[in-house]
Design a protein around this ligand. Structure first.
Ligand code: 5AD
Length: 318
């Protein structure tokens, strides 16, 4: 597919035809199966000050937490007992050794508690090759690190100067050779982001080194500087764009793992189910201890409960 064709589809041309094609591929490759990954939000302590993110370092109104190892052990036990053999450990980003060692411990505990049955995806930000190697050797299987936007100019505008596109790409390139199944993703509807940018994002996400993708609508958080700048798209338009992005990526990369994101479910629970029909195959229900979920507030209204039955009622199985 050419960039021009992608742009036309993103603008809504022949949406029916697009969804028919992506749904057929989804069915052919995954049938009615949905891959579940239990999401553990390990800590909201973050040294990054990303201009869009509610848990940015300079947001003083967030109550910070970091899970102890015991709740992690309990979550791994629960997953094993319930046959959820895949978890994602996501965290605010730190690079000190207390943090990196803790992640190593967390990985070991999950493997131990599940008799090596649980596959682990880490989503703990930019780290050195040595740290990625240590986590991989401890047992981590996959790594998610979003590029956020493939437009370097836009990337620069939404991040503080110490976070650079080049460093992000360097980190991303380190992962596949270490044996990680690697995923990336973008936000959809960022202030200043155009359809051309989103088409560029799709070409970026469809590079062969990426086997997974998590992408979802950008949602304002009032404690962030970016929320002061309006997006070019309403929330409804961001939902539509997200669905088209997922359908297009399914066509560009038929076998990739593509998530139907929490951000999409936050703006529209129905769209989160529909995303499964037209291309997505992964869902990440939150399994963080309930009393802490409200503090991982990346954006406003972020949902933390997911009714899995609604997928079954729509004809899917886990
Ligand atoms: N809206 C939507 N997604 C966001 N993220 C962070 N802040 C927001 C926001 N305001 C996403 C980023 C990050 C992931 C963990 O959450 O893409 O990589």
């Amino acid at each position: 597919m050419t960039k021009q064709e992608i742009i036309a589809y993103l603008k809504g041309e022949d949406e029916k035809g697009l969804f028919a094609r992506s749904s057929a591929l989804r069915k052919e490759i995954f049938g009615t199966k949905i891959y579940i990954r239990g999401l553990i939000e390990l800590s909201n302590i973050c040294h990054c000050d990303c201009l869009y993110c509610g848990i940015r370092a300079s947001n003083k109104s967030v109550e910070r937490y970091s899970l102890d190892l015991e709740p992690i052990r309990a979550a791994a036990k629960w997953c094993t007992e319930n046959g959820w053999y895949s978890v994602v450990v996501q965290s605010g980003e730190l690079t000190n050794s207390a943090f990196t060692n803790k992640i190593t411990e967390v990985v070991k505990i999950i493997k131990e508690e599940s008799d090596n049955k649980i596959a682990i995806t880490l989503s703990c930000g930019e780290q050195t090759p040595e740290v990625y190697k240590e986590w991989r050797e401890a047992g981590a299987d996959r790594y998610l690190l979003r590029i956020e936007s493939s437009n370097q100019e836009l990337f620069r505008k939404i991040h503080p100067s110490e976070i650079s596109f080049t460093k992000r790409e360097t980190a991303l390139n380190t992962l596949p050779p270490l044996g990680y199944q690697t995923g990336t993703g973008v936000m959809i509807g960022l202030p200043g982001q155009t359809i051309e940018d989103l088409a560029g994002d799709l070409l970026y996400l469809s590079q062969p080194q990426f086997a997974m993708c998590g992408m979802g609508p950008y949602i304002e958080h009032s404690d962030t500087p970016l929320s002061q700048i309006p997006s070019l798209y309403t929330k409804e338009e961001r939902v539509k764009l997200t669905l088209r992005m997922i359908a297009l990526l399914r066509i560009l990369r038929p076998k990739n793992n593509i998530a139907s994101s929490t951000a999409l479910g936050t703006l529209s629970p129905e769209a989160r189910i529909f995303a499964m029909e037209i291309g997505a195959n992964v869902i990440m229900p939150n399994i963080t201890p309930k009393q802490l979920r409200g503090n991982y507030s990346l954006y406003e209204g972020k949902i933390s409960d997911l009714d899995l039955d609604c997928f079954i009622r729509s004809g899917f199985r886990f």
